[in-house]
Ligand binder design. Structure first.
Ligand code: UTP
Length: 289
């Protein structure tokens, strides 16, 4: 079955980026001139996704406004003959069929994904975490969808991380199939050092079958008292097996301050408008470090 639906959980409170995220959704933090969530929606669209459900929360109205039309702004840009900018603004509202649902209580990523049950119905679907921006020529979500089409089971987007970092993420038990593809049969969330299964961790993307919803209904709160998507995916990996794809592309963690600055610097260096000037500025700064 073709994967045409995606879910973007964006209802978290973003406490690691306070005070910036007190009233502003972290998913709207810009990387130079585009909010993080627009990169994510574009990745989904470039992967063949046509319908996207964004899980929001109170105070996340800015996300809805960003994907809506903006008549006053559009009129002003047309009047000023700023055609390129006009199209940039209007095209955002035409990227895909975008729907919104509120997660009424912030009970974790698994709970957020479970809010997508009626949108998803009986189809496989992609999940793109709202604070993980992945930039690369071949969209990461599309790489996972190809693996789903080949193997017909749930797919995890993974990367190798340091032993230090893995204790804050998940650790997967994997067996190589070929190249960057692995079979995953077990996993653990935030393992202590003696429980690490491998240095492969789920980072930012997965493709799931609708079986996940019944599993989530029976998943008890885990780490941090939240319903963890990893716990539900662990049950799926143990019973049905899952595929792990070590995707190509650079991932930026927009959920922490260092990740936000790294994304801004790297994207600015390649930016058509400011790249050259920023490079000179950065070289000047580096000379004094
Ligand atoms: P995080 O755990 O990084 O989000 O979840 P958070 O809770 O906003 O972060 P901190 O720890 O307080 O800084 C990863 C993704 O899942 C979403 C977040 O919006 C983020 O995109 N999420 C998390 C939800 O949609 N609902 C939740 O209850 C939790």
């Amino acid at each position: 079955m073709k994967v045409t639906k995606a879910v973007i959980p964006a209802a978290g409170l973003g406490t690691r980026v306070l005070p910036a995220t007190k009233s502003m959704p972290k998913e709207m933090l810009p990387i130079v001139d585009k909010p993080a969530i627009q990169y994510i929606v574009e990745e989904a669209v470039n992967s063949g996704i046509t319908d996207i459900l964004i899980i929001t929360n109170r105070g996340k109205g800015l996300i809805e406004d960003h994907f809506d039309r903006a008549p006053e702004l559009e009129a002003k840009l047309t009047g000023a003959n700023k055609n390129e900018m006009f199209h940039q603004v209007v095209d955002i509202s035409k990227l895909a069929n975008i729907y919104f649902v509120r997660q009424k209580e912030t009970k974790g990523l698994g709970h957020a994904v479970n809010c997508a049950r009626s949108f998803v119905g009986n189809e496989p679907f992609a999940v793109l975490y709202g604070d993980d921006v992945i930039i690369g020529k071949d969209p990461a979500c599309g790489q996972l969808i190809r693996a789903y089409e080949e193997f017909g089971m749930g797919v995890l987007g993974v990367k190798q991380v340091s032993e230090e970092a893995i204790t804050k993420y998940s650790s997967l038990k994997v067996e190589k199939i070929r190249d960057n593809l692995f079979k995953c049969t077990d996993m653990i969330e935030k393992p202590s050092k003696d429980k690490i299964m491998s240095l492969y961790s789920i980072l930012g993307r997965c493709v799931l079958t609708p079986d996940i919803f019944d599993i989530l209904d029976n998943t008890a709160p885990g780490a941090g008292g939240e319903i963890q998507l990893t716990d539900a995916m662990c049950a799926m990996a143990r019973t049905q097996g899952m595929i792990a794809v070590d995707y190509t592309g650079k991932r930026y963690d927009m959920g922490n301050k260092l990740g936000i600055i790294q994304a801004a610097v790297e994207v600015a260096l390649e930016h058509s408008e400011i790249g050259k000037d920023f490079r000179e500025y950065l070289k000047g700064m580096a000379a004094h470090l």
